[in-house]
Design a protein around this ligand. Structure first.
Ligand code: SAM
Length: 293
């Protein structure tokens, strides 16, 4: 796991996080859209054995199994027991096998080679080098890995002007309302645009190459989100606690509601777009890895 991500998916609130995430992702379309793109870019529906890294509540695997007859098994990996138990219910398919472990340790927990790995909205949390090393061990030669990274953690994707303005207005309102209520708040809106980013195209490409992968595709794909979807996302406890730390959750929700109301008054209720970086890479045959365990 990357050092900054430690504590993001805390054990103490794991059940609540999983429950909220399941409700949110059934009400709104971002994760369905990003998963569908991932699957179509990867060409993975022709594979027989697939790994879904950071399966969450099961969106991508469910879609894959519904639309591919060739897939025989999907190993659904997550380090959250609570997410896995919701995924089991949502996917409800004998072809899905559930594996409780870190993405950084898959080769110790998956009993066979896979033809393909997919991972939607997870790689910003992992130790990229370690996950790619492990992926190379578990993939058959020429196996494919396809993943994306949440735009906030990615430096080089320039988000459009409307999106930048929306977040600027929203977070200004949020900070002002929190202060009106007596709390300190100084969240920097540029975070949503990648200012505090951990990854760049260069860093990802270098990790891929160092860990035995050849890049096949790198694309930035636009995904729309409505203000209501953004509001519900920001209210998820796992997200809200980073935007408004040291404030009780019910108060955070009030602040976020008011901030969005003021923002919509000024900005209108139209969707904004985020560009997501997607990578498809192939395991090179017989590669000798530079860094041994
Ligand atoms: C944003 S959710 C995405 C879930 C799912 N892929 C989707 O598209 O809905 C991130 C998921 O990755 C899992 N996760 C984060 N870091 C992980 C790691 N290092 N190893 C395994 N799972 C991890 C979390 O528990 C969570 O279920």
């Amino acid at each position: 796991m990357s050092s900054w991500a430690k504590g993001y998916w805390e054990k103490s609130t794991a059940r609540e996080i999983a429950r909220e995430y399941d409700i949110y992702s059934k009400q709104h379309s971002t994760y369905v859209k990003t998963s569908k793109k991932l699957i179509s870019l990867s060409g993975i529906s022709h594979c027989q054995v697939v790994i879904d890294l950071g399966v969450g509540t099961g969106i991508a695997t469910k879609y894959l199994l519904k639309h591919s007859r060739q897939v025989e098994r999907v190993y659904c990996v997550d380090f959250s027991k609570e997410m896995l138990s919701i995924a089991k219910r949502n996917i409800n398919d004998k072809k899905a096998k559930f594996v409780l472990c870190k993405a950084e340790e898959i080769s110790r927990h998956i009993p066979e080679k896979a033809d393909g790995i997919i991972s939607n909205a997870v790689f910003q949390y992992v130790d990229l080098d370690q996950v790619l090393r492990e992926s190379n061990k578990i993939l058959s030669s020429r196996g494919i890995i396809t993943f994306n990274i949440w735009p906030s953690w990615f430096k080089e994707v320039k988000q459009n002007k409307r999106t930048a303005l929306f977040f600027e207005i929203f977070y200004r309102n949020m900070n002002a309302i929190a202060r009106e209520k007596g709390f300190k708040s100084s969240f920097d809106y540029r975070f949503e645009l990648g200012s505090r980013s951990v990854f760049s195209a260069k860093s990802v490409l270098s990790s891929l190459s160092k860990n035995g992968f050849k890049l096949l595709k790198y694309q930035n794909i636009s995904i729309d989100r409505s203000p209501k979807e953004i509001l519900d996302f920001l209210k998820l406890q796992i997200i809200a606690k980073h935007r408004l730390p040291n404030i009780p959750q019910p108060t955070r929700e009030k602040i976020l509601d008011e901030a969005m109301e003021r923002t919509i008054k000024k900005f209108g209720n139209r969707s904004v777009t985020h560009k997501w970086p997607y990578f498809v890479a192939q395991a090179k045959q017989g590669i000798k890895l530079a860094n041994k365990f």
